[in-house]
Design a protein around this ligand. Structure first.
Ligand code: GLA
Length: 514
């Protein structure tokens, strides 16, 4: 795309009928002659987002042209997400129910002739990063934002290798990005950057992988694993929704194999996001808090697998908590549930006890189940491994997702709201991923009229979501803003717009040409 074509596309984002909000970038401001490109129209809440995104794209364009020139530019974006219900179920093979939201990371990029990737960010908190494409890309230091870009690129290398293209034959790109997904707030800004980097790399090398429904599924699976590069042992929700989001719809996503089912959001209601302002950065401490849960789930599976083998005198195909079904195991559901209930005790397990059950040494138990991706061993938690509590949350939360989809399809909003509330209680009490601030925010949101409210995402801070009747949204935002940011957190500011806002479901990641 030429700079002129891009400016024309951008000009149409200016306020309706005017000459556009953009000042001259490379030439003069052009009138909004073209209708808004369809992909843009389905990516933002127009006209509410118009000025904000217009200004952001303008900043990105200026910075890009200044640093890299205006040859062969392509625009791309990848959205953040909120998860309506189904927390920490994905890596256990149970469904989630997220939607892509009108907060994203946008980019202008151009392919390079060499093998280098250079990426600058309009937010100066994230300094420019550059690296060479090699078969195995060494990471920057832990916590560096550039690692999310490396993760996306490294993940795609495997795909290219399958079609005989090695790292040495692939072109790099140069990009300028700018985002408005609050960082460390549980809205998947990191996965959006992984997805965006992968799309830019694919496009720079002429791949059409993301252009078909089957290709998107393949890409989503690839990128879920790719993000492990940064050290989290997450599931596949965030990458899948950022790639496959649909305007006006949430997606019920199943895993192994990955499948998506669009479900329309209820008419007359809005999903309101509110930021607890407790940072949930997935580095160091939070990384361990997050990774403890998949470890506990793996241990619960190991203990249950033994109990099932003893009961049925043969090995049953149990690899994830999500396999605890009649369909997968081929034994009656009632028996599975009763056996799990009788096997996992309330009291937390010590490493020594687990080693005894698994008939091995504590060292071997740690090595098999508690190793971090960098090879170091996750220490035994002071309060023990809470297998029964984690198991109950995961299995019940998976069922809540199914019921939520049924409730929404039947138009039963109150039932859905109740399930959201139950999910929050389970995240707080059984999975222990909430915090006092999130609990306060959720309670305030319900008092202010939410049909349902819960934390969303990995937890340990970040955001809550509330389902609110459309006509009450303005009053809701004001009430929660005053009670939480003013009353509870004792912050002086009165402008809550960037902290609490209604969002819409938008299209997944792509380039402007998509
Ligand atoms: C993070 C992970 C996801 C998912 C959620 C919790 O966002 O990246 O895969 O596990 O936490 O539901």
């Amino acid at each position: 795309m030429t700079l002129q074509q891009w400016e024309e596309a951008l000009g149409s984002l200016g306020s309706a009928g005017s000459a556009g909000l953009l000042g001259p970038i490379g030439g003069t401001t052009r009138p909004a002659a073209e209708p808004l490109p369809g992909y843009f129209a389905s990516s933002y809440d127009l006209p509410a987002d118009r000025e904000r995104i217009s200004a952001r794209y303008q900043r990105i364009t200026r910075a890009h042209v200044e640093r890299f020139g205006d040859a062969g530019i392509v625009a791309a974006r990848a959205p953040g997400r909120i998860n309506l219900i189904g927390e920490h179920t994905d890596y256990n093979g149970l469904p989630v129910f997220p939607m892509a939201i009108n907060r994203d990371i946008a980019a202008l990029f151009s392919p390079r002739a060499d093998h280098r990737i250079v990426i600058q960010n309009t937010n100066s908190a994230f300094p420019e990063r550059g690296f060479e494409i090699t078969a195995s890309i060494p990471p920057f230091k832990t916590g560096d934002w550039g690692n999310y870009c490396k993760a996306g690129v490294q993940g795609i290398l495997g795909h290219f290798a399958e079609s005989g293209k090695g790292a040495e034959g692939l072109r790099g790109f140069q990009a300028t990005i700018g985002g408005d997904i609050p960082a460390a707030a549980g809205m998947s800004s990191s996965s959006a950057l992984v997805v965006l980097s992968a799309l830019m790399f694919l496009s720079a090398n002429g791949s059409e992988l993301n252009k078909t429904a089957a290709g998107k599924l393949e890409l989503a699976e690839l990128l879920a694993r790719a993000e492990w590069y940064v050290g989290t042992q997450g599931g596949g929700m965030d990458q899948a929704i950022s790639l496959m989001g649909r305007p006006g719809q949430a997606l019920k996503i199943d895993f192994y194999p990955l499948e998506v089912r669009p479900v329309p959001l209820p008419a007359g209601y809005r999903v309101v996001v509110s930021n607890s302002l407790v940072q949930a950065a997935k580095t160091a401490d939070a990384l361990d808090k997050y990774n403890r849960r998949p470890i506990e789930c793996r241990l619960a599976v190991a203990v249950l697998k033994r109990a099932l083998a003893a009961r049925y005198r043969r090995e049953l195909p149990l690899t994830l908590l999500g396999d605890l079904s009649e369909e997968v195991l081929g034994v009656p559901q009632g028996e599975i549930d009763a056996l799990a209930d009788a096997t996992l005790h309330e009291q937390a397990y010590t490493l020594a006890e687990l080693a005894g059950i698994l008939e091995t040494s504590p060292e071997e138990t740690s090595r098999r189940y508690c190793t971090r991706r960098d090879g170091t061993v996750f220490p035994e938690p002071e309060d023990g491994f809470k297998l029964r509590q984690r198991f109950r949350h995961v299995v019940e939360e998976g069922r809540r997702v199914e019921r939520s989809v049924e409730a929404l399809e039947a138009g039963d909003i109150d039932r859905f709201g109740g399930l959201m509330n139950d999910s929050h209680a389970s995240c707080r009490d059984l999975y222990e991923i909430s915090c006092p601030e999130l609990d306060a925010l959720v309670a305030i949101s319900r008092e202010a009229g939410a049909v349902g409210a819960r934390l969303t995402g990995a937890g340990f801070g970040g955001c809550a979501i509330s389902l609110v009747a459309e006509e009450g949204v303005e009053a809701f935002v004001q009430k929660v803003g005053e009670a939480y940011y003013g009353g509870y957190l004792k912050r002086g500011d009165r402008d809550f717009a960037s902290l609490i806002f209604p969002c819409i479901a938008v299209a997944g990641a792509g380039t402007l040409a998509d």
